[in-house]
Design a protein around this ligand. Sequence first.
Ligand code: 5AD
Ligand code: SF4
Length: 470
Amino acid sequence: MTKDSLTLDAPATDDLQLGPRDGSNSRKVFIKTYGCQMNVYDSTRMSDALSRDGYEPTEDMEEADLVLLNTCHIREKAAEKVYSALGRLREMKKRKAADGREMMIGVTGCVAQAEGEEILRRAPAVDVVIGPQTYHRLPDALRRAKEGQRVVDTEYAIEDKFEHLPIAEKTKIRARGVTAFLTVQEGCDKFCTFCVVPYTRGSEVSRPVAQIVEEAEKLVDGGVREITLLGQNVNAWHGAGPTGEAWSLGDLLYRLAEIPGLARLRYTTSHPRDMDDRLIGAHRDLRTLMPYLHLPVQAGSDRILKAMNRRHTAAEYLALIEKIRAARPDIALSGDFIVGFPGETDQDFEDTLKLIEEVNYAQAFSFKYSTRPGTPGADLKDQVPEEVKTERLERLQALLLKQQHAFAEACVGKTVDILLEKPGRMPGQLIGRSPWLQSVNVDAKASQIGDIINVRITGTSTNSLFADLL
Ligand code: 5AD
Ligand code: SF4
């Protein structure tokens, strides 16, 4: 954050007394973000809230007065990472204390929500533990921690945190780049039997239209050209239109597409059960809505889909894909897959491969099933041995990678519009984003960042494309 923005953001009077010892009003916060894009978005909002108290973000943990770990609980490995990071932070805190410098440690996000007090027991260096529903209370929790109290706040707050979190000012939005996330929905009521989200993020809540539109307009005013709407179950978003009529995500997209200067819209992550006709219609009608859809299916066997409580069959998913492709023929599909869900046989796994063959994905994420305490899946018999999971994951990923490469290769020779996002690795090069979310390297001037230009794709590398200006 710049000095200017600090003076624009007048801190509350009691904040002033909490400034650093040198009286410079500058403190540094290092935020480490784990997990999904919702956490990335939340980290930004927390950073904005803390800037009111004089905290500037830093990339260097060494100079931080406050370290926040914004955590993920989705798989066991993700959660374990947090405790090992906390072990290292404890040493750093001790070392800094020996030099007379204070470093506070906060744990936020889904591990904070799931483990609460347990974190204080296991990690004595931690000062505050704040769940995703109460981020607006973080500054206050830090004040109390400064007075020596260790704070745990994992309540489901009745007040709307978004009403209490500041939206960044223009200069800061500009500095963050031309693409932005905007959370419109949180939580999940689907209760897939493998998943912790309904427990860590609570039940589904949709932000109101006016709040979303206001935030989107501010982002665009700050130079953002592409907004990705986020939600754990984003296509379950619902709200009320101007005359009180029921709106679904499709309606919201039509509304946001009217914002002058907003060139591109995306949304993630969706559940197949909530892909309604209005949303599919938005893919047909809105040029602003990019032809890319992340629509996880997790497995291709009806038996496993049932055990996962996905509440649809493989055939229903395939029929849905067909309908979406009919509305937007150039749409690229992405998915998530879990291998080794309890009870998954060789035949079930073959069914997943078959579904992947039928859909032909442009991109996908795949994971070994990880037992999450407290979820129904954890109590199922027939857990699949680790080596079987490993072998299945390798086969599945080889197939997905083949499809991803084929998709990229098929782009070569095409002319496409790319949004120029940031400097590339080579001097004189920029990285742009294709409609299908691929990174595209092209020679262009830094002043063009934010422009959408027409290029011809000339080649591919592992994770990106190359293009020439037309
Ligand atoms: N084990 C493995 N993968 C999981 N996911 C969610 N829960 C688990 C679990 N227990 C995957 C799903 C989901 C993605 C975000 O993470 O594929 O779509
Ligand atoms: Fe991880 Fe899910 Fe929480 Fe995102 S919502 S951080 S994926 S547990």
